[in-house]
Design a protein around this ligand. Sequence first.
Ligand code: C2O
Ligand code: CU
Length: 497
Amino acid sequence: MGVVAASALLGPLGWMWHASLVPDTYSVMEMGHAEFGGGPGGATAAHQHDHQHDHGSVAHVGGSQPVDLVSLAGPRGRPADVRETLVAREEQIRVASEHTVEGYTLNHDSPGPEIRAKRGQLVEVRLVNESVSDGVTLHWHGVHVPNAEDGVAGVTQDAVQVGQDYVYRFVADQTGTFWYHSHQDSHEQVPKGLFGALVVTPAEPSGPSDAVDVLAQVHTYDGRRTVNGRVGASRVPAEPGARARVRVINTDNGLMRTWVSGAPYRVVAVDGVDLNAPEPVRDTAFALPAGGRVDLELSVPTDGSAARVGLGGATALLLGPEDASAPPGAEPSASVDLLDYGSPAAVAFDPDEADRRFTYDIGRRPGFLDGRPGLWWTINGHTFPDLPMYVVSEHDVVRVRLENSSGEAHPMHLHGHHALVLSRNGRPVTGSPWWTDSLDIDDGDSYELAFVADNPGIWMFHCHDLPHAVEGLVTHLAYEDVAEPFVVGGPAGNRPE
Ligand code: C2O
Ligand code: CU
């Protein structure tokens, strides 16, 4: 039945169905409606301009001569300090000795290689696609890379096809725990293994040289939860009394609780940002959002036993001498609340002097998504693709009010920036400054966030429960006068979600 006939027969329902259809190829700049948050741009940029360009048609918001997104790239003209080549393949991943899953690897492994850099170093990663038929990219989750290095298929680049390669270059300006993952068909490729860790340490070593610095990449392959690719509890050799930093990365789609048994611990960093004056806690867990990272610091017990870092349940790291006995790892019921953890400290901008104020209100209602009837996520009352495009100018102080009444939690991730959490449900943060790039918004909660728009580009702002992103929980933050040459769909088959 044709669209016209369907519309005529079904009236408003047919219109809704038709209005929900998503074209095969489109620019994210042409999706939905621009919001200006009370800042400039509303008058001049209510319409989006099209310019002829060597990539074809280029969309942007703003009144001035646009800057091509492709030019917002990392340094090219000098040698890299850290170089990696990552070869992506479709192949089997061995999860437990008797269990393999069909998935994706980087250099024949999943997780892919751990990339380590010192702050200030230039990182160069060459991604080679040997056999991933849908194409691949690498997104640097939590890193404020220049926009063209952000690795989002159809937004900042084309998906890298079999036989092609792509070089990412950026200066590692933030210390902390980050990760990388494909942002092509991410709801497929990330769960099936296309990810790894990026750790940036201070330029000069801080702390004792015998300290243990260990990753805990938590990932569920085909229903089996693993840490660093292994099921169950893994041992990490450590001397009695040694100080240890455990960098926990939640690469799954849901919240995961982590805790330490057998020793007190401190939450020293969240999403790659150090907390100010974190106090020791015991019998308390930390609820880590999907996509988020937390660094836990503890001292290995001096009595020869091991400390156990619980990762959601039976999955654990045991830190101590070889064969040390480990405590049972009962899950504590209490959780660290970052609203009042650590001590206040100055931040470099005034959130009360906001240039733009936006609302990101997540709900759910029956309707159509690309012609399919169902119960779909809404943002500010609209369903995909009629979603807000949050428009900012460089240097703006931006406030976002995130609300959720959708019946489920959503781990919200903003690319290219960290936001300062100001309050939850009206209760202000009274502890350490809390910077986040991956924030779990529980059903019924609301958060006030603020950040400085200091990284021009077109940035995704989406739910990191990746199937929700496919279901339309995706928006973008667009700087004025940045031209978007890429399209979702198109010859490269870009499918960022
Ligand atoms: Cu970790 Cu848009 O992703
Ligand atoms: Cu979600």
